[in-house]
Design a protein around this ligand. Structure first.
Ligand SMILES: [Zn+2]
Length: 468
């Protein structure tokens, strides 16, 4: 019945409407406005506020192949976000590409529509000239060879990140050695990852010495006998991080626990200090962590290091950004950056920024990779509820191709939103272009003004030999 009515309706409207409908199926990306905006956004040297680019020799994904140690197509897929939602055939150490591909080529058919699959496609298309959707076995073998060849030299990373993705500076979250305060690339901005510091109640919490405030304290000749000692150590860590060039803090606690942080009195938190985990009740541990998180927010304000907080997609029982509102409001001098737009709570994230626009920023980092459509909706809505100088972006990947794909996805998504707003008469084109420039570049430069001294693109090319 409904179908019959629909057909009559279409018939009555006649061919003109049908032609218009058919045209709009091509989508925003086929329109001249989109193409103009996209070309403009592509030309902006971006400031990428978040990645995980390990030192070149230890990039995740190196495998042993039949022609030696290297990076290949399996490395790129197995270390991509795609592997989070769909299994990918394991690489057999010393194995051959043909052997792996015979099975792996079937690993994509159930998830072709996912953004976790699609964000890598622009890298294959633009960097290798290949359509992965229609790839033949011979092309896959050639792609694999070229990836292996490219990763013989770290110039590939420089080329892709700074020239092809057109990233001028990239924040790097060194979660593999959080308190080492070292950078590896000249385009890199150091991030002070404070995730593990909330567990400072006992030294046994830190299996990696580079995460341990206890190792740091002994190197600095500081005591760690009481919770007050620990607070002194934290302050010293902030001083060291800042002196090493850290621009901000970052926490990914949302993967481990709830983002509900209570304002716990010091005497209660002190009860946990000096006791190993197996002697603590879960409530005691939480109280200690909550107490430290509040101190981190205060130190963030004191040392003027804005606080990047992972919100959304993680441990989803407790990662809604609304849980942070009390902590944010009680620390008005601390600047908070809500990561991933709070996915899937993008509307909630918008209203938090709307309520505290001088204190809270939203970072769309990873969001287009999680869901391209939700990222579009987010940009549309955020531009309606907050000033355009509150929004940033980041790629959040760990190799050149992922960074390229995520960057292209973001530029595409943002260009689509701006083109749609222009087309609807909701933004003038020149204003939309200014907004694009803010999100990709200027907003980060305003929030982190010290980065203006690090800009290099107008001066020429960065060479691997000019390492920091
Ligand atoms: Zn990340």
């Amino acid at each position: 019945m409904a179908q019959a009515l629909f057909i009559t309706w279409i018939w009555l409207l006649g061919p003109i409407t049908l032609a218009t409908t058919a045209q709009s199926f091509g989508g925003t990306r086929d329109t001249p406005i989109y193409k103009r905006v996209k070309a403009q956004l592509d030309s902006i040297p971006a400031i990428d506020t978040h990645d995980h680019l390990w030192p070149f020799e230890t990039l995740p994904g190196y495998v042993e192949t039949d022609r030696g140690h290297g990076m290949n197509l399996s490395s790129l897929w197995r270390n991509s976000y795609y592997a989070w939602i769909n299994p990918i055939t394991a690489w057999k150490p010393g194995g051959s590409f043909d052997e792996w591909w015979a099975k792996a080529r079937e690993d994509f058919r159930n998830a072709r529509g996912t953004s976790f699959y699609r964000y890598q496609l622009p890298a294959f298309e633009d960097l290798y000239g290949l359509d992965f959707e229609k790839i033949t076995d011979a092309q896959a073998r050639e792609l694999n060879d070229r990836i292996f060849q490219n990763y013989q030299d770290q110039k590939w990373l420089y080329h892709v990140v700074t020239e092809r993705a057109n990233i001028e500076l990239m924040f790097n979250d060194p979660y593999w050695a959080r308190l080492k305060f070292t950078t590896y690339y000249p385009f890199e901005v150091l991030v002070f990852n404070v995730t593990t510091l909330v567990r400072g109640f006992h030294s046994s919490e830190f299996s990696n010495p580079w995460d341990s405030p206890y190792r740091f304290a002994s190197e600095e000749g500081l005591e760690m006998k009481t919770i007050d000692d620990y607070l002194v150590v934290l302050d010293r860590l902030f001083q060291k991080a800042k002196a090493a060039g850290a621009a901000c803090l970052k926490t990914t606690l949302a993967y481990e626990r709830t983002l509900d942080f209570q304002n716990v009195p010091k005497e209660r938190a002190a009860k946990a200090f000096g006791r190993p985990r197996d002697q603590l009740k879960p409530e005691e541990r939480k109280e200690f962590e909550d107490f430290i998180m509040w101190r981190l927010a205060e130190l963030s304000a004191k040392h003027e290091l804005p606080f990047q907080v992972h919100t959304g997609q993680a441990r989803i029982q407790g990662s809604n950004p609304m849980l942070l509102v009390d902590l944010i409001e009680a620390n008005p001098k601390a600047k908070f950056i809500l990561f991933h737009g709070g996915f899937p709570w993008i509307g909630e994230t918008g209203v938090i920024v709307m309520r505290r626009p001088r204190q809270v920023w939203v970072d769309s980092v990873w969001l287009p990779t999680l869901s391209y459509t939700m990222a579009k909706r987010a940009f549309h809505e955020w531009l309606e509820v907050m000033p355009s100088d509150r929004i940033m972006w980041g790629a959040d990947c760990n190799h050149a191709e992922g960074i390229y794909g995520a960057t292209e996805f973001t530029r595409r998504c943002l260009a689509e939103v701006l083109a749609e707003k222009i087309d609807a008469g909701d933004l003038k084109e020149e204003h939309a272009l200014r907004i694009g420039n803010q999100i990709l570049r200027d907003n980060a430069l305003s929030l982190f003004p010290q980065l203006n001294d690090r800009l290099w693109k107008h001066k020429g090319k960065l060479e691997p030999s000019k390492k920091n």
